[in-house]
Design a protein around this ligand. Structure first.
Ligand code: XIL
Length: 672
């Protein structure tokens, strides 16, 4: 909900014109249909749901050329040395997270993924660990290190290299000698993975190694046997990292076979430390193509940005020269990332992301079902921003009431959509919620606290609670989630408004999303136990140009899958509102486009039919009909329904006085 109440009619129509101007500019994000080439590595990789990352050195973060490329090109980072044992726990029990935090916080603030590297490795290991000879001591030292480090970075790391380089080079196919293998036996890897899973169940757990790219190598076979055994016995492992430090010839001929054979065991594969001597264009393209051809190859990380940043700097193995200019291999990499993107989208979805949602949508709309019901003290022009749950045999709808004087909230309930129009409107300004600016409600039940929450905007992010959703007088007075607007929002909001607060929880954390009418989606987090208090770590979860990522974001869990769905309202090149969609595998994850363009929108007048007559061309602020009603905001994967606001296409004038009504979309292209 956009409180344009401070804008007059003139400013609002200027906005609409600006929307047109912005979005017809070639290259504007929304104008580009899915599959069109993006201009950066990260954005291009994201088109097929992958990430493109780089190793980052904390010591280089003061270099503007370095950070300029980092933030422009990459949507994942791996600390090059900062999370290794000799940095984090140089002496026993004394933990130094400073350099790692610097990288982690920076990445989080920019919506970049973080790969954790690495927990158990025989190198960059302090002498106090490598000199331990007692198995019980070493086991507890190793488990403690894993637990402390993973706890510290909980919720921030997408995937951890739990064990690094444990296998021997050469023809043995066995584990190498190391203090871990020699003192604990070969079972140390299993032990490390089990400890890691209990430390942070939401992080992917990877085994990472080099010289495992050639399928026929004994080392590759040794690692493969271990992963197969882990999967067969239920030892937790989610991914295999192939470092891919290649010579000038690039990947071995069987590289793609190796990737797909590992993937077939039921793990993701990732290229984790790519660098290629002299960076030949074909060698880079071949490496990237192999990943693109394997659905479960989920991302690529190059081991540094410029040649001068590389640990192999004498071989100039990276994508940028020492001045930060793109090398020819940059172009071949970008092209290869786009090359099979279309095939990837239309091909079989990867088993892990078992995309229950289609990549394009079609809808049929009802007519306007809910209109304002003014009374003597409520002269309402529009009813907006609906939130809805189905509970106890009824739909419970909360919405904003709008008029030129400002916004407040209304509640109605009914058992069937055919009854929606005749339901009584309960104005919530008469309750403890009170009069004044309250808008854009979101309702859910908190199962732990056995309380209903109504989240809404007041200038801050606010909420009220109620033990009984059907009692409009049961709501508590507003309380704020934040003491004041978080700094990162203040720094990015420009001339926008802080609007449309949205809470969703997984089993560990609750997240509070909000928009700024200026191209940014923000995310804060707290633990499930602390909710509604403790929202912190506010970051930009996604960003685009102002009208391409405007407001009204919704985030849901898709039932029966690992997917989360993000919807954000945009303003189209016709000046009309519509929704774009993305998915992610975790709530703190990075968002990959699903139906995110103007030509392939989530919901826009162009993919909606109106059997009862075209009463609106805007598909604006709304909410999905959920599968349940709790804080997980779970939606079905099939036959989606979306309650939205629309208005007479000919209506104009003061934004706050527009005649918004509520209608219901029902998906018509559901395949299940
Ligand atoms: C390298 C770093 O790039 C160097 O800065 C450091 O001096 C040594 O380690 N395999 C790995 C990485 O898993 O951690 C290594 O990184 C390169 C080889």
């Amino acid at each position: 909900m956009n409180p344009l109440k401070r804008l007059g009619r003139r400013r609002a129509s200027v906005l609409a014109l600006l929307a047109v101007a912005t979005l017809v500019t070639p290259g504007a994000a929304t104008a580009a249909p899915e599959g069109v080439r993006a201009s950066t590595l990260g954005a291009q990789a994201a088109q097929s749901g992958r990430y493109f990352g780089t190793a980052v050195a904390a010591g280089r973060l003061g270099d503007g050329t370095y950070t300029g490329i980092l933030d422009r090109e990459f949507n994942s980072v791996t600390p090059e040395n900062e999370m290794k044992w000799d940095t984090i726990e140089r002496s026993r029990g004394s933990f130094n997270f400073g350099p790692g935090d610097q990288i982690a916080n920076r990445a989080a603030a920019r919506g970049q993924r973080l790969r954790g590297h690495t927990l158990v490795w025989h190198q960059q290991l302090p002498g106090w660990v490598s000199s331990i000879r007692d198995a019980n001591t070493l086991r507890s030292v190793m488990n403690n290190h894993i637990t402390q480090v993973m706890n510290h970075y909980k919720g921030k790391v997408y995937a951890w290299d739990v064990v690094n380089e444990a296998f021997a080079d050469g023809g043995s196919g066995q584990m190498r000698s190391s203090v871990f293998r020699d003192v604990l036996g070969t079972g140390f890897i299993e032990q490390a993975f089990r400890t890691a899973r209990s430390a942070d169940p939401s992080a992917k757990l990877c085994y990472n190694d080099y010289n495992i790219e050639n399928w026929s190598d004994a080392k590759t076979q040794g690692v493969y046997r271990m992963v197969r055994d882990f999967k067969a016995r239920g030892v937790p492992i989610d991914c295999v990292g192939l470092q891919s430090h290649f010579g000038a010839g690039g990947p071995p001929a069987g590289f793609q076979t190796t990737l797909s054979n590992f993937a077939a065991l039921g793990v993701d594969v990732q290229i984790t430390e790519l660098d290629i001597a002299q960076a030949p264009t074909a060698a880079y393209a071949n490496t990237v193509r192999a990943c693109m051809n394997v659905a479960r190859c989920t991302g690529i990380t190059v081991w540094g940005i410029r040649d001068s940043d590389s640990w192999r700097s004498g071989e100039n193995p990276l994508l940028f020269d020492r001045n930060g200019n793109k090398k020819p291999a940059y172009q071949s990499t970008l092209t290869a990332l786009g090359g099979s993107a279309a095939a990837q989208r239309t091909g079989a979805p990867s088993p892990r992301s078992a995309a229950a949602l289609p990549s394009s949508f079609r809808w049929s709309s009802s007519g306007a079902l809910i209109a304002p019901k003014p009374d003597s003290t409520h002269n309402i022009a529009g009813i907006k921003d609906p939130s809805v749950v189905y509970y106890n045999g009824k739909y419970h709808v909360f919405a904003s009431t709008a008029r030129s004087a400002g916004y407040n909230l209304v509640y109605l309930s009914f058992s069937d959509w055919s009854q929606a129009g005749s339901a009584t409107h309960h104005y919530l300004d008469r309750t403890a919620i009170g009069a004044g600016y309250r808008a854009a409600p979101q309702v859910f039940y908190n199962t732990q606290q056995r309380l209903w929450y109504l989240v809404y905007q007041t200038g801050n992010a606010s909420y009220s609670t109620n033990p009984d959703i059907s009692n409009p007088n049961g709501w508590s007075a507003p309380r704020n989630f934040y003491s004041s607007m978080p700094d990162i929002i203040r720094q990015n909001i420009g001339n926008g408004y802080w609007v449309d607060m949205w809470v969703i929880c997984d089993s560990a954390n609750c997240y509070l999303f909000s928009s700024d009418d200026n191209g940014h989606l923000y995310r804060s987090q707290t633990t499930v136990g602390q909710f509604p208090n403790g929202f912190t770590n506010t970051v930009i979860a996604a960003q685009d140009s102002k009208f391409a990522m405007f407001e009204a974001s919704n985030v849901y869990k898709v039932q029966g899958s690992n997917q989360y769905l993000l919807l954000v309202e945009a303003i189209g090149s016709d000046g009309r509102r519509y929704f774009r969609s993305w998915t992610a595998s975790s709530l703190a994850g990075s968002w990959s486009p699903l139906a995110a363009s103007e030509s392939n929108p989530f919901a826009k007048s162009s993919n909606v039919t109106f059997p009862a007559g075209t009463w609106t061309r805007d598909i604006s602020h709304g909410e999905m009909i959920r599968a349940g009603y709790d804080q997980t905001l779970t939606i079905p994967a099939c036959k989606l329904q979306y309650l939205y606001q629309g208005k007479d296409p000919n209506a104009g004038g003061d934004y706050n006085n527009l005649p918004w009504r509520l209608g219901l979309l029902t998906q018509t292209n559901s395949t299940c």
